[in-house]
Write a new protein. Structure first.
Length: 657
């Protein structure tokens, strides 16, 4: 006890020194350059274009605040991008807390600085992180800034986040105001990635649709265009989202002739919303959401409020029309064929992550639902003919959904009566055992990632709690009492021992998917021992497999490669990357820490993954039995003997990766 709480130091091998001198403090914008993924999500093509969106969003904030009505976006050769607005211009006077620096330099060289925190300069803006412009500056090989303010032009240049000189007074200017930022992303960070003209043009066009009061002038060097993107265009849409929706659904037949569109102001000056929506008679629709002109592809609380308003409103209209079947309508039925746009402007928005893919402001759901519900109710009751068409269309979809669900359930009911499926099993939809797979994963965290990454039609997931029972050394009573193994046997459906029947096996492949570390290998060994001892026919039939998840992800620019282990990592670093390249190496702590998209891409997608089949060589059956008994059996002396005889081989072994 004394040793643990300040007494004698523990005995053991000498430790490296660890003192105050080992504590590294990153100053200024150096953290951004060291770990760009923390600020823009990575160094791939999406991250590169995120730099452009940050600068354009700042210009849009000036327009939405009513201080600008024109933005010029120019894509130049050599990956230069210029954004100019005719707003107020970034302040250039000395900052009160940093009197030796201009406010402009503070904004561009200091994280969490800007004019959007207090709410005095902007009622609504594209975010309150205060890192946008400074992060772009940090990740740019060069940035040039011009500010036309009070009829005077000020200029300053930066390189990789550091000023190349002091703010300069370039003299008087007339008929010009606002801010111009011209920058070139740093090739040391993004490699050879280039801005895509089509992507930037579409982004600018969406911004013009989202705010009717702005005109965006797009210009691009013709040599950079590889498709039908215009070299020059003036983007201005007085109809806002209604114009956007009309262009998106041109030529398609809708359930209601006219879309439901409008604007609403939230109570207490909390913001406003604009929307445009219609329903397609055939095909899949879409729902695009925005918060303060920022695209939110993962939706969020504003989308939840929109969904609630429409579902509750249509159900209420069904009650008004004495249509009992309206109660069966769900968001799945109403939104499957909806084509819609929702844009909200709220104070102090909260986003999930710096890339702002999802709005998380709690009050947005309540504000949007309350404001849009009244408008939707009035729209339905104002044109009962179109409203009845929409209600009938939604009820048909609901009944079809219920019918499909019942058809799926009927063939499986017989099996589930005979076989109690474990509660944690996320089953697949297909009834064809030869095309289905069961993934055995460790714990609920890994199970959650696997469930998101799987193909629901053919892939089932069963989370197991930690390390299962070692059946090679356990008694029959312990085996029967073990809940994890009982769940596994029940999920397989084929029985065990004298009750085994291969014809009743519910899955064509059983895939052991554990973490790519020592603990994961131990769990995989325990599971393979279980199949070898209790279900050997599955091994003989080639039904048992080992998944091969990566342990590392190596990334530089758009190039991303996964490594299975330490040796694979070193091989890839030497063969796939240049010696002077800064490669970002991410280590996955486990399957539960791996993003579902990465898990699917590397380990679960049949088109891309690698599986190892567990085989039982007929010519070495006796040797295999002896090895299993030695390593997993009840006699520890056999394991000790094996280690003594084989430990030296580890130093002599040559690992083939």
């Amino acid at each position: 006890m004394n040793d643990l709480f300040g007494g004698r130091p523990p005995k053991g091998p000498a430790q490296q020194s660890y003192s105050a001198a080992d504590i590294e403090v990153l100053e200024g914008l150096e953290p951004v350059r060291r770990r760009p993924g923390m600020y823009i999500g990575g160094t791939d093509e999406n991250a590169l274009h995120h730099l452009a969106s940050e600068i354009i969003d700042n210009a849009m904030d000036e327009a939405v605040a009513g201080h600008a009505d024109r933005i010029e976006v120019t894509l130049e050769p050599d990956n230069w991008l210029s954004v100019r607005d005719n707003g107020r211009g970034i302040p250039v006077d000395p900052h009160p807390k940093f009197p030796k620096l201009s406010a402009l330099e503070v904004i561009l060289t200091t994280l969490h600085s800007g004019g959007k925190f207090s709410g005095k300069a902007y009622d609504t803006s594209g975010g309150l992180h205060g890192v946008g412009s400074s992060v772009v500056n940090a990740l740019s090989e060069r940035m040039e800034v011009e500010v036309a303010r009070d009829r005077t032009l000020f200029t300053q240049a930066y390189s990789r986040g550091k000023p190349l000189g002091k703010l300069k007074n370039a003299g008087p200017v007339h008929n010009r105001r606002g801010t111009t930022i011209r920058f070139r992303p740093d090739p040391d960070i993004f490699g050879k990635l280039q801005f895509a003209a089509q992507r930037l043009y579409r982004f600018c066009r969406s911004k013009a649709y989202l705010y009717k009061g702005v005109e965006i002038r797009w210009s691009c060097d013709p040599r950079l265009i590889k498709d039908d993107t215009p070299a020059q265009a003036t983007l201005h849409f007085p109809g806002g989202l209604s114009d956007y929706l009309a262009a998106a659904i041109e030529g398609k037949t809708t359930v209601t002739p006219a879309p439901w569109a409008g604007e609403a102001t939230f109570p207490g000056g909390a913001g406003r919303a604009e929307w445009a929506a219609t329903w397609l008679e055939q095909g899949e629709g879409f729902l695009s959401t925005y918060a303060n002109t920022i695209p939110t592809p993962q939706g969020g609380t504003h989308e939840a409020g929109f969904r609630n308003a429409l579902v509750k409103g249509l159900r209420a209209y069904g009650e008004l029309r004495k249509e009992k079947r309206a109660a069966n309508v769900t968001a799945e039925d109403l939104f499957g064929g909806l084509a819609g746009m929702v844009s909200v402007f709220v104070r102090e928005p909260q986003f999930q992550g710096q890339t702002k893919d999802k709005l998380t402001s709690p009050e947005a759901a309540r504000l949007v639902e309350g404001a849009l519900r009244d408008h939707f109710d009035h729209w339905l009751t104002g044109d009962t003919r179109n409203a009845d068409n929409l209600l009938s269309w939604a009820i048909e979809r609901a009944e079809e959904r219920i019918r499909r669900r019942e058809q799926k359930e009927v063939p499986r009911k017989t099996a589930t009566r005979k076989l109690r499926l474990p509660g944690k099993l996320a089953d697949c939809s297909s009834e064809n055992a030869e095309t289905t797979e069961l993934f055995l994963v460790e714990g609920d965290s890994a199970g959650g990632s696997a469930k998101q990454a799987r193909d629901r039609m053919t892939q089932a997931v069963l989370p197991l709690r930690g390390k299962i029972l070692n059946v090679a050394s356990a008694s029959t009573e312990k085996l029967r009492a073990n809940q994890e193994l009982r769940d596994l046997v029940e999920a397989l459906g084929c029985g065990i021992g004298d009750r085994f029947d291969l014809a009743r096996l519910r899955y064509g492949r059983i895939i052991i998917m554990t973490d790519a570390d020592v603990d994961g290998a131990h769990i995989a060994a325990l599971l393979m021992t279980f199949f070898y001892k209790e279900l050997p026919a599955l091994v003989r039939e080639g039904r048992v497999f080992l998944a091969q998840p990566p342990l590392y992800r190596l990334q530089h620019g758009a190039k991303s490669i996964y490594a299975r282990d330490d040796a694979d990592r070193e091989r890839i670093l030497k063969r796939e990357f240049k010696a002077n390249q800064k490669v970002e190496v991410s280590r996955f702590k486990g399957l539960g820490e791996m993003p579902p998209a990465s898990l699917k891409e590397t380990t679960m997608d049949p088109k891309k993954r690698t599986l190892l089949r567990v085989v039982l060589p007929q010519e070495a059956r006796a040797e295999t039995a002896e090895l299993i008994e030695a390593l997993m059996g009840r006699k520890p002396e056999l394991r000790f003997k094996f280690i003594q005889e084989n430990a030296s081989k580890l130093d002599e072994a040559e690992v083939d990766v």
